[in-house]
Design a protein around this ligand. Sequence first.
Ligand code: FES
Length: 174
Amino acid sequence: MPVNSDNLRAAAQTADARDGRLEASRPPVEKNENWKPKIVAFCCNWCSYAGADLAGSSRLAYPADVKIIRIPCSCRLNPLFILRAFQRGADGVILCGCHPGDCHYSTGNYYARRRMTLLFSMLNYLGIDSRRTRVEWVSAAEGAKFATTMNDFAKTITELGENVKLGDLRCKEN
Ligand code: FES
């Protein structure tokens, strides 16, 4: 079959119809009134983690639902860690690193930026709303930016609701 725009459109419609059928066959998700978003924040040791520390010592409030994981550099984050976090029940995952040009290891955040761009381009295909993950550059002096970013991200995730699509049932607590 020749590849032309009509064929591509027909294939896209078939895929949409199939997705619609799959969506309809899913059991309804019960609304949990006590639900609070689970957010994982991967922070590089040299800037963002210090920024989080500064936010704490400056008594700037950000949601307790944000769980920080310290990593040596933003480039240490394998994109699979993000997918694994979603699979284990995270509702949102954010990566924070040094500003471009300020990486402690010179170029780590440039690698991270490329990897994350690639991951973001595949998220919809994987069934994850791309708003559930984000990259931010936060320096050690930007405690206020760290708190604002986390508040904003938590608000977005709360609006999106629980991440039920990728959750691995084997990882759920009974
Ligand atoms: S050390 Fe912070 S991004 Fe590399």
